[in-house]
Design a protein around this ligand. Structure first.
Ligand code: NAD
Length: 369
């Protein structure tokens, strides 16, 4: 397939996405306003990202970075597929896409936004039907998921995005109805609140040990470190601005996250977050697994709420979870293994103790139990 790609934002996500395209043989322009970010991206492209391509079984060429031009200028005129992966701020994304449209109106515009609905950006553009969700799961080279779609995007744009995701070795999932956080991050958002409750009685490494035992490739705190605590905080703020109390959390956890960001402990990208990092690996202390039933119950509860809200069917929610975590099964499969009665009991108990909305059992879950 012939296409010239631009990726805007060379941070955790954009750098990896650019390499995925170059590895598949596309010519790529990687743009960032920070020279430092471009330098770090280039270093990763010649080191750890190549290891990740190997590990994912995707590596196709010796030096994919040779197909990438690194620049601080918004050089997108000749591109026909443009992926945005800049900071999670709605007005910054709108401003960027408007500038891109001034230079290149026929290109397909793809946003990797974690929380905003694609139409929240698209409705400010001259050609809103050209903008699609194109949301990767982290680490983007290793995880197969890309959520694609939107409510005002054209079928043609969605088809093109699906094709492009497949061409770089990913498994796209099309979502027609929008919500902030799409499918994956609504589950992660609920988990982010619920894990604060688990922290009242367990340590991060104990919680992560339990989640790895349940088949997740990474524990929750390891995932937070991979995402970046600054990015996770932006996403939670976007959720709370839109959904109000629904994702209200334990105050101690919110305070702690804020302090970590203030102290520059952002996770893997700064070398330390919940864990210390040496390149691609976190040093996680050995630990006995904690009881994470309330955490899993909150994710299952959110999964069924997504279905109740008409965002996606059970099968899609199940699949999104499996592709984003690399677990051998989806979240609904996990619920069936654990048993609905046990999940409801955990939710009722946590809700009675905390009053947090993520623990209030939804109708579907109650009826299943
Ligand atoms: P990051 O902070 O690592 O990188 C963002 C980069 O964008 C920075 O290098 C910054 O200099 C650059 N930037 C900011 N504004 C810019 C502009 N106007 N023009 C050019 N460059 C600009 O962030 P990230 O983790 O890579 O996240 C990027 C996007 O992807 C966000 O929307 C985020 O919500 C989303 N996302 C993140 C993850 C994750 O796990 N980190 C997963 C999926 C989606």
């Amino acid at each position: 397939m012939e296409a010239v790609i631009a990726v805007i934002g060379a941070g955790t996500m954009g750098a990896a996405i650019a390499l995925l395209f170059a590895n598949a043989g596309f010519e790529v322009t990687l743009v960032d306003k920070s020279r430092g970010a471009l330098r770090r991206a280039e270093d990763r492209h010649r080191g750890e990202s190549l290891e990740e391509l190997e590990e994912a079984g995707l590596r196709k060429r010796d030096n994919p970075a040779s197909l990438i031009t690194y620049t601080t200028e918004l050089r997108v005129d000749e591109c026909d597929f443009i992926v945005e992966a800049i900071v999670e701020r709605l007005r910054d994304k709108i401003e960027l896409f408007r500038k891109i449209e001034e230079r290149n109106s026929p290109a397909v515009l793809a946003t990797n936004t974690s929380s905003f609905m694609p139409s929240e950006i698209a409705r400010h553009l001259a050609n809103p039907e050209r903008l699609t969700l194109f949301h990767f799961s982290n680490p983007p080279i290793l995880m197969p998921l890309v959520e694609v779609g939107g409510e005002i995007v054209s079928d043609e744009t969605v088809e093109r995005a699906v094709e492009m995701a497949k061409s770089i070795g990913k498994e796209p999932v099309v979502l027609r109805k929008e919500c902030r956080g799409h499918v994956l991050n609504r589950m992660l958002g609920a988990a982010g609140v619920a894990v604060g409750y688990c922290l009242l009685y367990s340590r991060p490494e104990e919680i992560d040990a339990a989640l790895r035992n349940l088949g997740m490739r990474y524990g929750f705190f390891e995932t937070l470190d991979l995402i970046g605590l600054d990015v996770a905080k932006d996403v939670l703020e976007s959720f709370r601005e839109y959904y109000g109390d629904k994702y209200r959390g334990i105050r101690a956890m919110d305070f702690f996250m804020e302090k970590m960001v203030e102290w520059g402990k952002l996770g893997k990208k700064s070398g330390e977050g919940f864990y210390k990092w040496d390149g691609r690996r976190a040093s996680i202390p050995e630990a006995n697994p904690a009881d994470v039933t309330p955490l899993v119950a909150a994710i299952v509860n959110e999964a069924f709420r997504i279905v109740e809200d008409g965002i996606a069917e059970e099968e899609i929610v199940n699949r999104v979870y499996r592709l984003a975590t690399n677990a051998p099964y989806g979240i609904i499969d996990a619920a069936e293994l654990l048993g609905y009665q046990c999940l409801i009991e955990a939710l009722d108990d946590a809700f009675n103790k905390t009053g947090l909305e993520v623990f209030r059992p939804c109708k579907t879950l109650r009826s299943k139990a």
